[in-house]
Ligand binder design. Structure first.
Ligand code: NAD
Length: 253
């Protein structure tokens, strides 16, 4: 039986974040879903009706520094100490570097990198005062490899990996572990929007397990990293959950 937890999941109303909320509730934990999309939050309210006391819903833009601080303080006061954070809120693009505007680059950094930083810093302040916790950032294989079309997205995720390392080192003394998961292609609304039939075929060729992953397969890694009874000695790491994509070189089959 894993320890009791209260986790905050940004981007928790869809895709990978939603799968992490579902897995956390299955562990018997409590979850705060923070997402900027009120309609997705309403759908969550419907589907988690059976666990009303264990789920809380917050409309939040992770890039809004003041709103993040206010929301976290209010959640902690009304819902109790937050022991785990998952930064899953993210946006993407698939555009050649030569066609990428500075405005688009900034927008992606603002949400994926700076937004994750703001939420991590605010939650870590709270965790410092409550004996520690665990933070899990959603990176991407595009932050590890030079995938074409991902100049802004991949740079934001490479930043997330380094931010994970720096915060892991600085927060270790406070009992806060900080890790990241780097998913490969996972069947979610984000990917359905970004991948064409042609790019799907390319991904399948590049993934040794020869399939897209499911959100629940990322949730498994996130729950492990959140759980201090299982991942107590793991910090500063980025775990690729990618069907072998980042490992693969030349392949004959
Ligand atoms: P998704 O679009 O299904 O879910 C993302 C959620 O984040 C949405 O509910 C959206 O409303 C929310 N969001 C976006 N901007 C926000 C903001 N500024 N503030 C608060 N919420 C915001 O996407 P997903 O595929 O589940 O992706 C989740 C994370 O995993 C992202 O960080 C993404 O980059 C990363 N990732 C996904 C894949 C994949 O293949 N799906 C691969 C690698 C990494």
């Amino acid at each position: 039986m894993s320890e009791q937890q209260t986790i905050l999941v940004t981007g928790g109303a869809s895709g990978i974040g939603l799968a992490i909320v579902e897995a956390a509730l299955n562990e018997g934990w409590r979850a705060i879903i923070a997402d900027r999309d009120p309609q997705s939050l309403d759908r969550c309210r419907d589907s988690f009706r059976q666990a009303p006391d264990r789920v809380r819903y917050e409309t939040l833009d992770v890039a809004d520094e003041e709103a993040v601080a206010r929301t976290i303080a209010r959640c902690a006061e009304e819902f109790g100490p937050i022991t785990g954070l998952v930064n899953s809120a993210g946006i993407g693009s698939d555009i050649p570097a030569m066609d990428t505007s500075a405005a688009l680059f900034r927008k992606i950094l603002e949400v994926n990198l700076i937004g994750s930083f703001i939420v991590s810093r605010e939650v870590a302040r709270h965790m410092q005062a409550h004996g520690g916790g665990s933070i899990v950032n959603m990176a991407s294989v595009s932050g590890i490899r030079g995938n074409s079309g991902r100049v802004a997205y991949g740079s934001s995720k490479a930043g997330v990996i380094n931010m994970t390392q720096v915060m892991a080192v600085e927060l270790a003394a406070a009992g806060i572990r900080v890790n990241a998961v780097a998913p490969g292609p996972i069947e979610t609304p984000l990917v359905r929007e970004m991948h064409t039939a042609e790019s799907r075929a390319e991904w399948l060729r590049a993934v040794p397990l020869n399939r897209y992953g499911q959100p629940a397969e990322i949730a498994g890694a996130a729950i492990f990293l959140l759980d201090g009874s299982k991942a107590s000695y793991v910090t500063g790491q980025t775990i690729s959950v990618d069907g072998g994509f980042t490992t693969a070189g030349l392949r004959h089959n």
